[in-house]
Design a binder for this molecule. Sequence first.
Ligand code: GLU
Length: 436
Amino acid sequence: MNVRVRFAPSPTGHLHIGGARTALFNWLYARHTGGQFVLRIEDTDAERNTPEAIEALITGLRWLGLDWDEGPEGSTPQGDFFQSQRSEIHSRRVDELREKDLAYEHEGAIRFRMTREATTIPDLICGDVVRELTDREQEQPDFVIVRSDGKPVFHLVNVVDDIEMGITHVIRGEDHLSNTAKHMALFRAFDVEPPAFAHIPLILNANGSKMSKRDEGASLETWRDEGLLPEAMINYLSLLGWSPKDDTEVMAVAEIINRFDLPQVNRANARFDDEKLRWINYEHLRQTPMPQYRMLAENVGMPLEGHDEDFVNAALATCQEKVKSLPDLPSFGAFYFTDDFPVDSDFGEKAMTQENLSALAALRDAYVAVESFEADALEASLKQLAEELGVKVRVLVQPARFACTGQKVGPSLYHLMEVLGRDKVLGRIDRALSGS
Ligand code: GLU
């Protein structure tokens, strides 16, 4: 079967974590099966759907890299993939139901003749879910499909568009499970076999409450602005309700596509854990190949231009293992590329005491003499000097670090000095000793 899935958001604000995860599961399923991923904007609620929200949605999906095979090109509501532009199709389908006497007018609205029996929903994740009629439905099982103001309701347009677009699998949040009996009845009324359903678990906050759009961390944009890698976001979102059989956690997108499947989606609710998201981001950052890492570094403002490529690679390599989040990189490693680096003056005060300064002067002499300017030799020479002077290693390490980098935290001191090279290191020590 050629799989066709869709993400059908109602654009009302930011793209939030829950929406992004629904989009992702659809996209993964399409890519895993070689099917198509359709984006359909359910923008029939004119009061709540704003152009900004549509724009935010499209930008968010593009940032994540969730490309659609069919869908809108831009955020202006035109063409087939905006529900608001499909009203002719919707009213034709309403006529069809009325002709079949499966819908009728009642107090100005149009109602659908709903089945009077319990419905079994075969769900790929939840199993068979039996939905009985509620008390209210027993009184009036027929639900409105067109309001008295002429507007078709969600259930109708959602099903009609799924039929028209040939959707084979409906993958969406569990909050829609309660609508599915209605949807199945509508499919059947149109003589169409309902698609396969897969309702994915809710996302809860770390404290167990239901995550809402307004919760901290719930907006995708916040994470993008924090400098998170989109592939880390994808990796993390994929684990909100799914996991591969061997419980691997850090995965490249291609690997997730390869391993993703609906039967492995959990029934239990998922919990959003921003610490874990940050950890996954760090793991991806650490494993980014150097050419890409260089580009990322440039994007966060590392002044790499004009520097020799080998030098840049060596410098960034000392940062990559330690930098947890990309926006931290400039304060961590900009000293490699400019003499005009930011200085932590509190650290300066502690590092540049009188005792430390005279030790630093002695270190300068040792580093003029040291034969090879490599990390091991620099470490050995510093430690030997500390012993000769009868001081703690820290008395040499702190002022050397301050002189070379201006910061308390940074790459390993001996490695960064090796990468900087003798001339630069001596120059910076001189500058620090002269107090300028
Ligand atoms: N517009 C609906 C929503 O955003 C779509 C539901 C569905 O995927 O069928 O919740």
